[in-house]
Design a protein around this ligand. Structure first.
Ligand code: GCV
Length: 711
């Protein structure tokens, strides 16, 4: 028997060892080619610190000790006289003695420098604070893994944005709103006593990107979140994340004290309500001394809020802010609001409500604004609130999870979309007033700055539901650290760490990633169309839907197609949403000649037979875009067929299969959309265009009652 077991172990184990299920993300620390590994070992053969008693330095050292021998292929020296990595802060006598200039590192940044220490060659990771040292360690490992370590290290980095947040839309029953990667990673039921080891790997992955805050629960929050029972659970998670520099935050439901039957009202100006929140904050801080604060979705999509008591968002936010202020906490108040009773263009409503409140928020309130004015669509213009609230710090919220871009099975790399918004010029203070400068505080001189990403992390073994969706988590973290990082640079460093450094793999893979989001735009919502997804779960096409209770939940509200034309007139002759943008931007969007293809139908209603710059009519162009989207997925499949053999079979297979799904569904989107828009336009299909495989009724009848992420 023992012999059999041994034989089986030999047979099976190598496979297990080689298994690539994506769990290790970009922190794989594969053994480098022999010569490179040996060279790296010569540059440092040990990891040393004076500060191992500090929990953050301790995890940084542990990461280096795990990664370095794995990459070099050589064990670490026990210590002594050879070259080493030295990590720490000026509290360390050895670091202090080096007299490094750490001013460029700020509170959370680091310096990486190769230098002599007592005659020994050292890679020094130095920072003003332990968290900076941890980020420095991960940066060193990133460079080493990606094969981009310079000959003589001399790097100074600091984050441009202060709050680099993940927002989990995780429910207390472990379902995840808009989650496509399994259950919530927070195993609430077993907390606080049992903490899943995955929490540590979650923390490592986030710290490797510099993410320093996480909101554990859904913005559609339950009052129970703030009971003693759940505070204890959050505290247990906070304890695991703390050494990695990650603070825990909670989403708070506005009506919590009333629903827990502890107050009669949730009026923010009622002293009893304020006292309740103050006591609650005190209770939370006793359990979680570094609690970050609250995230609030109020008076939005049926959530309660201060307006229920005829108070403003500022009244509500400031009352909560006062409760957390003595503890150094903050309130992130969301501007994602629109009302079913307001006939105003939905794209205008957040601006209309929040712009007048500029200057009325307490100094520990930050207003959280989605990247675009509607809702995480494949393409939106930047939100008009960016640049319009100079007295209020604004967080930009993006959605890493792909509610509207094909869930986890469509390959869509989102960094180009985020760059597009960050680089957009608001003209708020003249040319060069980019959204990035609003977000990093430099435009209006704000210290409190932030980015928030709705997480795509779940219990799936590969964390994000697909391998390529890991890149979206990665890219979000890197851009929150530095909003100016280019999307292709990030994709390249991700691919080199995640797969291989072979340029014949990396280069076409990055190219494929860079074009992938535009492909989705083309086969779902081309030319500035938006929100054409099926009802509720938002999976697949539903442009025909026009009978939902709230007008702005209907795709027909957004595309406004009729027998004459298509598109939402947001110019002066229509809703005049363009007027919410600064002059030069408003003029560009308002003019058919300058608006460009990307936002044409977002801002204009265009006749079907009108000629576009391409020389095609509107109708012909629309059809051509749908075809272009499908062709792009064809090309991705062809690329991948060639690339797949260059990586492990397990991950390659998943990607291959998901591309098959994406291809089928790109065709579904194209066919259903063309069938529908043709039924409205009454125009014949342009010559040579393949007719939809089925009639419109076929597509209208498709139902997906069990689509994930919809609760
Ligand atoms: C958490 C969209 C999503 C909702 C989400 C909401 C929000 O409408 O479909 O699931 O709710 O945005 O951001 O609050």
């Amino acid at each position: 028997m023992a012999v059999l077991v041994a034989a089986l172990t030999i047979l099976v184990w190598p496979n297990i060892a080689a298994a690539e299920d994506g769990y290790r993300l970009w922190l794989r620390y594969e053994t480098l080619p022999a010569a490179e590994g040996a060279a790296l070992a010569r540059r440092a053969g040990a990891v040393e610190t004076d500060e191992s008693a500090d929990p953050t330095i301790a995890v940084a050292v542990a990461e280096l000790r795990r990664a370095w021998p794995s990459m070099t292929g050589q064990p670490l020296a026990a210590g002594g006289s050879g070259a080493a990595i030295l990590i720490g802060t000026p509290k360390s006598p050895r670091i202090a003695a080096l007299r490094l200039d750490l001013s460029g590192a700020g509170e959370e940044g680091f310096v990486l420098r190769e230098m002599q220490d007592g005659g020994r060659p050292m890679i020094v990771i130095a920072a003003n604070r332990p968290t900076g040292a941890l980020y420095g360690a991960f940066h060193l490992l990133r460079l080493a893994q990606a094969g981009t370590l310079p000959d003589r290290l001399n790097v100074v980095e600091r984050p441009r944005v202060k709050l680099r947040m993940l927002n989990h839309w995780d429910n207390l029953d472990r379902t995840v709103e808009r989650g496509f990667s399994g259950q919530s990673i927070w195993d609430w039921w077993k907390l606080p006593t049992a903490t899943d080891p995955r929490y540590v790997d979650y923390a490592r992955a986030n710290a490797s990107l510099g993410i320093n805050g996480t909101v554990l629960n859904n913005v559609n929050a339950k009052p129970d979140t703030l009971t003693a029972e759940w505070i204890a659970k959050a505290a247990a998670v906070a304890d695991v994340l703390r050494p990695y520099g990650i603070k825990v935050y909670l989403s708070a439901r506005w009506s919590t004290p009333v629903e827990l039957k502890q107050t009669k009202t949730a009026d923010p100006l009622d002293p009893q309500v304020a006292a309740w929140w103050k006591a609650k904050a005190d209770e939370i801080y006793r359990a979680i001394p570094d609690f970050g604060g609250f995230l609030v979705k109020a008076n939005s999509e049926g959530q309660p809020g201060p307006q229920d008591y005829k108070r403003t968002h500022a009244d509500g936010a400031n009352m909560l802010a006062a409760a957390v202020k003595p503890h150094g906490g903050i309130v992130m108040w969301r501007a994602f609001v629109y009302s079913e009773v307001d006939p105003e263009d939905r794209a205008k409503q957040a601006y209309s409500e929040f712009k007048p409140l500029d200057g009325k928020f307490a100094d520990n309130v930050i207003v959280q604004v989605k990247n675009g004015p509607i809702d995480f669509q494949p393409r939106e213009p930047f939100h008009p609130l960016f640049g319009a609230m100079p007295k209020t710090p604004l967080v930009m919220e993006v959605q890493i999870t792909k509610e509207y871009l094909g869930f986890a099975t469509h390959l869509a790399y989102l960094a180009p979309m985020w760059s597009e918004v960050l680089e957009a010029d608001t003209f708020a203070k003249g040319k060069g007033s980019t959204v990035a400068k609003v977000i990093d505080g430099s435009l209006d001189g704000h210290e409190l700055t932030g980015m928030a990403g709705v997480a795509n992390i779940g219990s799936d073994r590969n964390w994000s539901g697909s391998i390529f969706d890991q890149a979206n988590w990665y890219a979000y973290g890197r851009m929150a650290w530095n909003p100016d990082l280019a999307a292709d640079t990030i994709a390249t460093e991700w691919a080199r760490q995640t797969f291989t450094r072979d340029p014949s793999f990396v280069q076409p893979t990055v190219q494929m990633m860079m074009g992938s989001r535009q492909a989705v735009v083309d086969y779902m919502t081309p030319l500035g169309l938006t929100h054409l997804m099926a009802t509720g779960h938002h999976y697949g096409p539903g442009p025909w839907v026009d009978d939902l209770a709230r007008p702005e939940w209907n795709p027909a509200y957004y595309h406004r197609a009729d027998k004459n034309g298509i598109g939402f007139d947001r110019t002066r002759t229509g809703s005049n949403a363009v007027a919410q943008y600064a002059g030069p931007v408003a003029r560009r969007f308002a003019d058919r000649r300058t608006v460009g293809d990307d936002f044409l139908l977002w801002f204009h209603h265009v006749g079907w037979d009108e000629k576009l710059p391409s020389g095609r009519t509107m109708w012909e162009e629309l059809v051509a875009r749908y075809d272009r989207g499908v062709a792009a997925v064809d090309a991705m499949q062809a690329h991948w067929e060639r690339l797949a053999p260059m990586i492990d079979a397990e991950r390659a297979r998943e990607i291959t299969q998901f591309l098959v799904i994406q291809k089928q569904e790109a065709i579904w989107w194209r066919d259903a959309s063309i069938a529908y828009f043709q039924s409205v336009s009454g125009r014949p299909l342009p010559q040579g265009v393949r007719p939809p495989a089925h009639d419109l009724e076929f597509y209208k009848a498709i139902r997906h009652p069990y689509a994930p992420g919809h609760h």
